[in-house]
Design a protein around this ligand. Structure first.
Ligand SMILES: C[S@@+](CC[C@H](N)C(=O)[O-])C[C@H]1O[C@@H](n2cnc3c(N)ncnc32)[C@H](O)[C@@H]1O
Length: 255
């Protein structure tokens, strides 16, 4: 890992300050998040289906554009029910391999229903994999759940082969007042309401309420890119994928 002065100065980088309307202190966050995903795993794909599974398409197309190719070995971190995993598996084809890792047993059990590839329980910030072995590390819509961005990105760097790349999809909230208001209307009102209507589950609605609060409170994209650079990734940058909804983060381990 490249150790820069900025790297040493930055220390740990939580993705957002503690959300005390959900849990009392940061130490409780991990347990809260795990419990929430375990309880709502069975509804996760219903929420995707509300959007006609369009999310599966833009995940796969942006990974393809990022360079996920047949024969590659991919690690999908925070794999959840497998929305990124399945897209990556199609792109790498029969000569490649995708590994999924996620700390939620409930989410992994749901993922297991749609494929029989390798799945492991584990956290982004302490990956249970050997160093220097993956062509790509992917992560879909989970960046806000890791306790420390720097620890997670350092792990991505460690497990990538030299020349390997990261692709991270994450929600973002536009800064302009009108953009923020429109995004808030969709994520904080419309989607939780539609989720409650389609699942009948207050827990599933709570997951979407929590989703909005974490994206609204998340550190800004330039800070995330700075942490990617700090851990040694080259060409670190963000690109808009769906305006008002999703960004991707990219970077490459030096060859
Ligand atoms: C919103 S789901 C995303 C699932 C999938 N990647 C997608 O694109 O739909 C977030 C996932 O992050 C996982 N997660 C939470 N904390 C994590 C951590 N510290 N490390 C890795 N994954 C974590 C949750 O268990 C959950 O499955």
């Amino acid at each position: 890992m490249v150790s820069t002065e900025a790297n040493e100065q930055r220390g740990s980088v939580p993705p957002h300050t503690p959300l005390t309307e959900y849990y009392k202190a940061d130490a409780e966050r991990e347990g809260y998040v795990m419990d929430l995903f375990d309880r709502t795993a069975k509804y996760y794909d219903t929420v995707e289906a509300l959007f006609l599974n369009g999310g599966l398409l833009y995940r796969r197309l942006s990974m393809k554009f990022a360079g996920v190719r047949p024969g590659m070995k991919v690690l999908d971190v925070a794999t959840g029910t497998g929305a990124v995993y399945r897209g990556a598996a199609r792109l790498v084809g029969p000569t490649g391999r995708v590994f999924g890792v996620d700390p939620s047993a409930g989410m992994l059990a749901e993922s297991r229903k749609s494929h029989d590839g390798p799945l492991t329980r584990g956290f982004a910030q302490a990956l249970p994999f050997k160093s220097n072995q993956f062509d790509f590390v992917t992560m879909g819509i989970a960046l806000r759940h890791v306790p420390d961005l720097k620890a997670a990105f350092s792990e991505y760097y460690r497990v990538l082969k030299p020349g390997g790349q990261i692709w991270i999809l994450e929600s973002h909230v536009p800064k302009s007042p009108i953009g923020h208001a429109l995004t808030k209307l969709v994520w904080a009102k419309l989607i939780p309401g539609m989720t409650l209507w389609s699942t009948g589950s207050r827990d599933a609605k709570l997951l979407m309420d929590y989703y909005w609060d974490t994206i609204d409170q998340c550190v800004e994209p330039p800070e995330i890119v700075a942490v990617l650079k700090d851990v040694g990734l080259q060409d670190a940058r963000s690109n808009l994928i769906v305006p008002g909804a999703f960004l991707e983060y990219r970077g490459r381990k030096p060859a």
